[in-house]
Design a protein around this ligand. Sequence first.
Ligand code: UDP
Length: 243
Amino acid sequence: MRKKVNILGIPFDSITMEETVDCIFDFFKGDSCKSVYTPNPEMVMTATKDPDFAQVLQEGDLVIPDGIGIIIASRLRKNPLPERVAGYDTVQNLFQKMKDTSYTVYFLGAAPGVVEKAAKRMKHQYPGLKIIGSHHGYFQEKEEIAILNDIQEKSPDLLLVGLGFPRQEKWIAKYKNDLPVKVCIGVGGSFDGMSGKVKRAPVFFQQIGLEWFYRFLHQPSRWRRMLQLPKFLWYVLRDTYIK
Ligand code: UDP
């Protein structure tokens, strides 16, 4: 049983990047579909106000800390998580390992055109990677059946779902048991990054824990979302020392 660290009601797995990739490869060999979620502070804050979302995250088979804010919170709670395990990096590490195997992947999410470009760039970056299908994330409810049928038919080992939170996690929880898939991961805006539409922060910013600041500089429209970070840390302090 893996150690869990509870941050405002969300149980994070105390796990390194390397262990995460190994764990997902173990999931590939299993006989049921496993869910992998990558909450950041904004998502945890949303979960404090949305009990359905909180429950979905609590029932995740693997819950990894995307964002330095979660690591800081675990330290404040004197139960430090070993390292940041960003969803984007996890997927890149999986691709690196999957490219030499027969495991397959399907991309669901992002704008029309972007997801296809992401698939094309990833095939180029990881020759041998088997991306067997993709669909954009701006579909109507009535189109969902056709998408589910496509996934059923292609039976990928890995389904990446990038519809934005909390929709992507709720979507995974709703359908995972009906799909012949081994692992579903909620990947947020990762397809935007893979397609080149959104640039990832330079490694330097990532290493000093300021990736969020780099994103803010490049997408200032996100400032309202970023205000969640100090609020999140205050809630964690309150939860740790006052309650
Ligand atoms: N998205 C989608 N369908 C929608 C709304 C959003 O596929 O109805 C996609 C959007 O194009 C983007 C991703 O969901 O690729 C959300 O990205 P964001 O950067 O907001 O997510 P984060 O990584 O912060 O969770």
